[in-house]
Design a protein around this ligand. Sequence first.
Ligand SMILES: [Zn+2]
Length: 81
Amino acid sequence: MPYYDFYCEQCDKELEINLPIAKRNDIIKCEQCQNTLTKKVSLITIGYDNFALTGKKPDEGFRDKLREMKRNIPRNTINVD
Ligand SMILES: [Zn+2]
C-alpha cells in the first residue's frame, strides 16, 4: 500500500498517509483542525500507481505514464526520450 504525502496549510504540517490505491483521490482531512489536506503529487507516487495497476517495473511504468500524458495533452512539453 503506497504512502502519500499530504500538507495541512492550517497547521503548516506535512503528513504521510498510508492510503489504498482506490482511495487515493479521496478528500483527506487533518485530524487536528479538519482542514482539507493538500496532496503533494510526486513522480514516485505516479510511478508506484502505474506499477501497482499494470505490474510493470516502476521505471517502465513511469515512462508509459509520461507517454500517456503526452498523448492526452498534445501541446505539453514533456520529453519522454
Ligand atoms: Zn491541520
